[in-house]
Design a protein around this ligand. Sequence first.
Ligand SMILES: [Zn+2]
Length: 296
Amino acid sequence: MIVGKRAMPLVAMGVLVLVVGLLVACGGERAGVADSLPAVETPVVSVPPTAAAVAVQEKELVPMPTAHAAETGAAPVESPAVARKLVMLDPGHQRHGNNAPEAVGPDTREVKPKVSSGTVGVRTKKPEYVLNLEVSQLVKAELVKRGIEVAMTRESHEVDISNKQRAEMANEAGAALAVRLHADGDSSPKTSGFSVLYPSAASAALKPIAADSRQAAGFIAERLKAATGTGGRGLSERSDLSGFNWSKVPVVLVELGFMTNPEEDERLSEAEYQQKLAIGIADGIERFLNAGSPAR
Ligand SMILES: [Zn+2]
């Protein structure tokens, strides 16, 4: 993944992304060679029942939903303000990729494949989509334990949901934050570490969600460092991801680590390390939900 910060010109970044995209399998949405699937039209996946239930509950029980809780510092995790907010978790990829083209964003004619099947663990041979769901389930459990409402774009590998559709699911659910979980790949087996991607403020379509997303990414990276005891690769601003460009709610993408690094690939599948990742991500999400919005 690209670690270069905002200093990197977008054009250069785009070229680099393209190059990296040719070298590795995963990285959010670079599909390259996804498994060929018959172009079957799958109905848009509806918001999971939990999310719908929350929406109804909000309408019935909450007189005046406020956008973001006031800055309360160490607010109790079970505070009503937090409990009312929905987090959409999106475990990246699925068993079979779908190479059908899809617009990268609302204001571009560029297209990318709908969704790829992701990378594969160089040592574990575990597909990325399996790892992504494993960790997402742990994050979900951690959030639910804290009284935070969670919906997921998928809880099975047998789905066909494009990156645009995943963004729309979060939009329709009115998520306070969408968190996409992925794992990384690189041509060098030495490259390692988690990173957190967020939408670029330079893109007009992304401007409304950029500041909040950037804040969430910062919190998650910070808490991931604390939870895992590793520095990670920091934050990365992106304007080329369909799953960001179609989003109307704050969104981040966590690259958990590199499945092309043999040691990190193994660690990513260890129960203890997965739990650390889940706690770090949940801590960052919770902090975001408790914080005031920088955009207002
Ligand atoms: Zn991925």
